[in-house]
Design a protein around this ligand. Structure first.
Ligand code: NAD
Ligand code: DAU
Length: 340
């Protein structure tokens, strides 16, 4: 099987390639990524030399580059490539529409023309919008995006559905809750808080810190996608989520506690615009149809993740240089002022 993994140099994509390359040494895994600020080939230090892995630099919004890619056989596509950070989508929505909507359509069209056997579109629980204090998102919950990021993902989900309904393309959509684990870019809550705590910098918690996310270890997400890729019924949506609801302030305190750092580092800052209150995923369909079970408890997963950042200082020091600094200042200078 020759599988194209788009966005394979990002957080989840690189974990997925590592997971698949260990589990299926006979598969050919082609990492297709344009290497934006979030793409990092250093995530492959350990597997670069493996015969079953290769990298091709391709921008998925460029139909000529994508069509070149299909000059060789492609059995399946697992599509992670996206602009993925909500805060950046609030600062600059355009890039999200281009990659997440148009890029997905370019890939779908190529997949249709070349008769690709499976197109797995990796989406997010954010397309369902925000929950109150109770209830969960099922696959039948209405799409109700609240951020430009989420709206771009919901739009791409609809395109994927349309390519199935109209052309019969064999697709699946997965919608996962918040991931954490090794190689996550430090603009997202957990790595940002780990690194700021390590350096004794303020920890910027939006609003009252009581927004809730449903955390899943990235390896459990990868295992879910693997099952959908091999056994998912064509045209179906599968939710993926770990039943690990935590408020943001609980997460931040857990990190401080693990690192033995004082809670006086916490700063409650101006809230995110349109901030979704709560996400919670019902993954019954994936569990009962495909037998998926997460392996990580949150306590084990968060400890492993914090330890990974402690052990991989050179990785995060490099990704935080340059562009990251500029983004951090734009996002946090008015929130943290001279404590930045
Ligand atoms: P990420 O930002 O870490 O990685 C995205 C990757 O896509 C990067 O390697 C980047 O270089 C690449 N990319 C961006 N634009 C591209 C383009 N035009 N052409 C080719 N490559 C391009 O994102 P992530 O957190 O790994 O998320 C991966 C996918 O999973 C996304 O589609 C996201 O919506 C979805 N998702 C993420 C989470 C989460 O918690 N992180 C949860 C559910 C779903
Ligand atoms: O739910 C799945 C989604 O999870 C994915 O689709 C997205 O790609 C991924 O980025 C993530 O979105 P969130 O917006 O939930 O994740 P983020 O890490 O940005 O924020 C998590 C929570 O923490 C959210 O309530 C906002 C809050 N937060 C975040 C940052 C970066 C803070 O309080 N302070 C911060 O500095």
């Amino acid at each position: 099987m020759r599988i194209v993994v788009t966005g394979g140099a990002g957080f989840i994509g690189s974990n997925f390639i590592q997971y698949m390359s260990r589990k299926y040494p006979d598969y050919e895994l082609v990492n297709v990524d344009s290497l934006t600020y979030a793409g990092n080939l250093e995530n492959f230090k350990d597997i670069d030399s493996l015969a079953n892995y290769s990298f091709i630099k391709v921008d998925i919004t460029d139909s000529e580059q994508v069509s070149q890619l299909f000059s060789q056989r492609v059995d399946a596509i697992v599509h992670f490539a996206a602009e993925s950070h909500v805060d950046r989508s609030i600062l600059d929505p355009g890039a999200f529409l281009k990659t997440n909507v148009m890029g997905t359509q370019v890939l779908l069209e190529a997949a249709r023309q070349h008769g690709v056997g499976k197109f797995v579109h990796v989406s997010t629980d954010e397309v369902y919008g925000s929950l109150g204090d109770t209830g969960t998102f099922s696959e039948n919950s209405p799409l109700a995006s609240n951020s430009p990021y989420s709206a771009s993902k919901a739009s791409s989900d609809l395109l994927v559905r349309a390519y199935h309904e109209t052309y019969g393309l064999p697709v699946n959509i997965t919608r996962c809750s918040n991931n954490y684990g090794p190689y996550q870019f430090p603009e997202k809550l957990i790595p940002l808080m780990i690194l700021n705590a390590l350096e004794g910098q303020p920890l910027p918690v939006y609003g009252d810190g009581l927004n809730v996310r449903d955390w899943l270890h990235v390896e459990d997400h990868c295992a879910g996608i693997d099952l959908v890729l091999h056994q998912g019924r064509d045209g179906e949506v599968y939710n993926i989520g770990g039943n690990n609801e935590r408020t943001n302030i609980e997460i931040v305190k857990t990190i401080l506690n693990y690192l033995n750092k004082p809670e006086s580092l916490i700063r409650f800052v101006e809230d995110r615009l349109g901030h979704d209150k709560r996400y919670a995923i019902d993954a019954t369909k994936l569990r009962s149809e495909l037998g998926w079970e997460p392996q990580y408890s949150f306590d084990t997963g968060i400890a492993q993740t914090i330890q990974w950042y402690l052990d991989n200082r050179s990785w995060w020091e490099r990704v935080r240089s340059g562009d990251y600094r500029e983004y951090y200042e734009k996002q946090y200078s008015s929130r943290l002022g001279d404590r930045l």
